[in-house]
Design a protein around this ligand. Structure first.
Ligand SMILES: *Cc1c(COP(=O)(O)O)cnc(C)c1O
Length: 365
């Protein structure tokens, strides 16, 4: 089979080396003679793995000791409910900064459990993040929720908001472990694993200890951070295989040199694509404001900012013929989207860049 270049937004490309490791460990996990798939979640084998994965998260992100690291079922969206269920009881109200489809969804879910204040005016064209001086923060909010990287719209924070002491909660599903983050500036960080750090079904949740013990009584136990922290993420049978894969991906990141190396690569990879867009005299159009352009998900249109269906179809067809796949933009946005997560190599992005150049040349004559 010819080489396939996977630019999918999620579930997304995994590091090839990790597949090799998973293949080798699949039927005989750590010399136990059985697969992890048939190992008890209460066994010493799993307890060791549970600790190992927590440890690598703590090392990579330099997570301070007063933060718990949890592995919870239900993916990213499970946490859209868990966040208000665990945090909104203090004042009954929460601030949501809606900068794209995912934070909009999170805000909608939170409305089931309390009052939601929209910090910036609603829009259906997510192309920037208003300056903090224009934010309408409620000093009485139980927390402020942001999505640090909007996977669909390609809007990524280039700053950490100052919330004046109100706990900051961040959905990092699509840029988790793509760069260093000062965890101490956040109350809670969470994300589904299937974009940058593994496979679907598990959410990685990092929560400051003083934010526990205020869960709403209606909160299902499996979404309750306090109960899950007490049980070391083994309240029920956790998504063990997804947690294992996340661990192997994170260990791979560590072997590559850690988050600074990932960040440098992300800048290089995304610049390759954005530069071609900039130098195409308006043939390729990136809608997002330059300072908040995502280094993980690059949405763009062809022909004009509204796009040109025929040209975009031709672009995708030509790309697929070369093995460049999963480039179709999200149905809410249209056009093209290239995702350049940790596991996507510079060489692979270069192949896409070359194709974009050729396609431009062909059509600008
Ligand atoms: C994919 C994604 C989610 C949803 O994750 P699921 O695991 O599918 O629930 C939430 N937030 C962001 C930013 C995402 O990219």
């Amino acid at each position: 089979m010819p080489k396939v270049y996977n630019f999918g937004a999620g579930p997304a490309k995994m590091p090839e080396e990790v597949y090799e490791i998973i293949r080798n460990e699949f039927t005989n996990f750590e010399g136990s003679g059985i697969s992890l798939l048939e190992t008890s979640h209460r066994s010493s084998t799993y307890l060791k793995l549970n600790k190992e994965v927590q440890d690598v998260v703590r090392r990579l992100l330099n997570v301070p000791q007063n933060y718990k690291i949890l592995f919870l079922a239900g993916g990213g969206q499970g946490q859209f409910a868990a966040v208000p269920l665990n945090l909104i009881s203090r004042t009954g109200t929460a601030d949501y900064v809606v900068t794209g489809a995912w934070s909009a969804k999170a805000a909608k879910e939170a409305k089931k459990y309390g009052k939601v204040n929209l910090v910036i005016p609603p829009t259906d064209r997510y192309v920037n993040i208003p300056d903090q001086s224009q934010w309408n923060l409620d000093p009485n909010a139980s927390y402020v929720h942001i999505c640090t990287n909007e996977t669909i719209h390609g809007v990524e924070y280039d700053f950490i908001p100052d919330t004046k002491g109100v706990p900051l909660v961040a959905d990092m599903s699509s840029n988790f472990m793509s760069k260093k983050v000062d965890v101490s500036k956040f109350g809670v960080i969470y994300g589904g694993a299937q974009k940058n750090i593994g496979t679907s079904g598990v959410a990685l949740v990092i929560v400051r200890e003083d934010l526990l013990n205020q869960t709403l009584p209606i909160c299902p136990s499996i979404l309750d951070w306090t109960i899950n922290a007490k049980n070391d993420s083994i309240l029920n049978t956790p998504p063990m295989f997804a947690i294992y894969i996340m661990g192997r991906v994170l260990q791979w990141i560590e072997r590559q040199g850690g988050l600074d190396v990932m960040a440098e690569l992300a800048t290089k990879k995304s610049s390759l694509i954005y530069n071609i867009i900039e130098e195409s005299n308006g043939f390729y159009c990136a809608p997002v404001a330059k300072n908040v352009r995502s280094k993980m998900n690059i949405p763009f249109r062809i022909g004009s900012i509204e796009g040109n269906d025929a040209l975009e179809k031709e672009f995708l067809k030509g790309a697929e013929a070369l093995g460049l796949i999963q480039l179709k933009g999200h149905r809410d946005v249209g056009g093209i989207r290239a995702s350049t997560y940790n596991a996507v190599t510079l060489e692979e992005v270069q192949a896409l860049a070359n194709y974009m150049k050729d396609f431009y040349k062909k059509h600008s004559k």
